[in-house]
Design a protein around this ligand. Structure first.
Ligand SMILES: NC(=O)c1ccc[n+]([C@@H]2O[C@H](COP(=O)([O-])OP(=O)(O)OC[C@H]3O[C@@H](n4cnc5c(N)ncnc54)[C@H](O)[C@@H]3O)[C@@H](O)[C@H]2O)c1
Length: 466
């Protein structure tokens, strides 16, 4: 810890930080644990899918309070006060799938107001609404986007590590399609996913796996390849998949071989020393899988986590720094996917999952990172294009876009700048590698076939690009 850093962490430093509007961040509840308090369900007129999904998850929800003119009681000065929860609820799920008009938005306001200061720490607001693509009429489409504005603002106003997220449902979504997402959001696994909106669709034809697996070990009997697995976020991804039953193939460059072996041995997986930019990288991954697991084995998921930075202002950036970042972070992913999607021993199965790692720098740009932002925005473009290209095959393609995550990569940022990046989000702290890993595991869950072509930020609602 540097001198500046230890000063910042001292009691005096913390008092000064609090005065500057940077109070101690809340401790987030992580892992597979669900909400501590009660789950409430507000079913607005025309809703229904959330109740059926919660029932499928074995959750018996309570009924939320509603702020109406009649419900308000005057305080000692005669000012009308909204109803107040006696015990803090753990989560509020709002089924707004029937909301079509501006007047209908009142239903959201009425159930949100009483809960804003009363959710338990690390509690959840989850709004389920209908995507603009699935409603007709200007007002209904505008209102679908209006709910996005409510979600983002509620996420900024909630306290104590509580989060808000919005799921927009495309046509024909059934409880089976929504269950993995609601389950993820209700658990501590989604601790650092805040203020996000993403789309849930019906699973593609031919996607049958959701009916045939053990939810507490969703990857049992499945092979998952993780690149850049020797340390940081990649090591956490590998550990999370192994925890959930996967046979992990951990890939990293030869110089990281010792760390890679340790990761693979700890997880009872296998290690493949490989520079993912080599021309035969895809073939070598497939050959490794076929060699270890047999020629009929197929990969369930590949997570393209390996990434590098070579930060410089564009005026000072040389060809090598430009090219290396684009090769590792983007070109390798395209080339490897092309090979593994072919019909090769040890390639991706007919069904499967592809996951990329974008970044908030790709969403919003970042000074000194033209090369990195190009590569990470490119990952987002790849996800959208490849998901569209694969509509006829039950393979999903998604990406996470991490914000500030505590790893060796971010430890290299100068302290003051690092502290600013770390704090400027709705949860006032950096995320942990496991937060990114859990979101990727949710994408790859056999029941997440309806999550396709999505980029979900794991950034605590970072101000950058929010
Ligand atoms: N840490 C953050 O805050 C953050 C934020 C946004 C995105 N990301 C992205 O998350 C991913 C992981 O980041 P991290 O912080 O854990 O980084 P890290 O530097 O700690 O780890 C990256 C790993 O990738 C490996 N790697 C690099 N080039 C490779 C190559 N050519 N072939 C095979 N392996 C290679 C490295 O050896 C290393 O083990 C990266 O794609 C990064 O861009 C990180």
């Amino acid at each position: 810890m540097s001198v500046v850093e230890s000063l910042f962490r001292s009691p005096l430093g913390r008092r000064l930080a609090a005065k500057a509007g940077l109070p101690d961040p809340p401790t987030l509840r992580r892992g597979r644990v669900g909400p501590l308090g009660e789950v409430l369900l507000a079913e607005l007129p025309g809703g229904g899918v959330a109740a059926a999904t919660l029932a499928q998850l074995g959750v018996a929800p309570g009924v939320p309070l509603q702020d109406t003119p009649e419900s308000r009681t005057p305080d000692e000065k005669g000012r009308p006060q909204p109803l107040r929860y006696e015990r803090r609820p753990g989560a509020l799920v709002i089924d707004a799938t029937g909301v079509r008009t501006i007047a209908d938005l009142e239903g959201l306001r009425a159930v949100l107001r009483p809960i804003m200061k009363r959710l338990e720490p690390s509690g959840r607001v989850i709004i389920v609404a209908t995507d603009a693509s699935a409603v007709a009429g200007l007002e209904a489409k505008a209102v679908a986007q209006g709910i996005d504005g409510i979600n983002r603002t509620v996420a900024k106003e909630l306290r104590d590590g509580a989060t808000a997220n919005l799921l927009l449902l495309r046509d024909g979504v059934r409880p089976d399609d929504l269950a993995s997402t609601l389950s993820f959001l209700l658990q501590g696994r989604s601790a650092f996913v805040d203020g996000q909106t993403w789309r849930v669709a019906a699973r593609k034809p031919g996607d049958e796996t959701a009916l045939d697996y053990e939810p507490s070990r969703p990857f049992a009997g499945r092979i998952v390849v993780v690149t850049g697995a020797a340390r940081g976020i990649g090591a956490a991804i590998a550990a999370t998949f192994a925890r959930d039953g996967a046979s992990v193939v951990a890939v990293d460059v030869p110089p990281a071989g010792d760390a890679l072996s340790t990761v693979a041995n700890d997880l009872r997986g296998s290690a493949l020393q490989l520079d993912i930019t080599s021309a035969d990288a895809g073939q070598r991954i497939a050959a490794h899988v076929a060699q270890i697991h047999g020629p009929d084995a197929r990969i369930w998921a590949i997570v393209h986590n390996a990434g590098i930075t070579r930060d410089k202002l564009l005026a000072n950036l040389d060809d090598a720094q430009w090219g290396a970042v684009l090769r590792v972070n983007l070109a390798a992913e395209i080339a490897i996917n092309e090979v593994l999607l072919g019909d090769v021993p040890g390639g991706l199965g007919q069904q499967g999952r592809i996951v990329g790692i974008a970044s908030t720098s790709g969403v919003a740009g970042n000074k000194g990172q033209t090369n990195y932002a190009a590569s990470k925005a490119g990952v987002m473009g790849l996800v959208w294009a490849q998901a569209e290209e694969l509509t006829g095959r039950p393979v999903t393609v998604n990406a996470v876009a991490p914000g500030f995550i505590e790893t060796d990569m971010t430890a290299a940022i100068p302290f003051v700048q690092r502290e600013v990046f770390r704090r400027t989000n709705s949860l006032s702290q950096g995320g942990r590698p496991v937060d990114v890993a859990e979101t990727i595991a949710y994408f790859c869950d056999p029941a997440s076939g309806g999550i396709d072509g999505q980029v979900v930020r794991v950034c605590g609602q970072n101000l950058v690009g929010a």
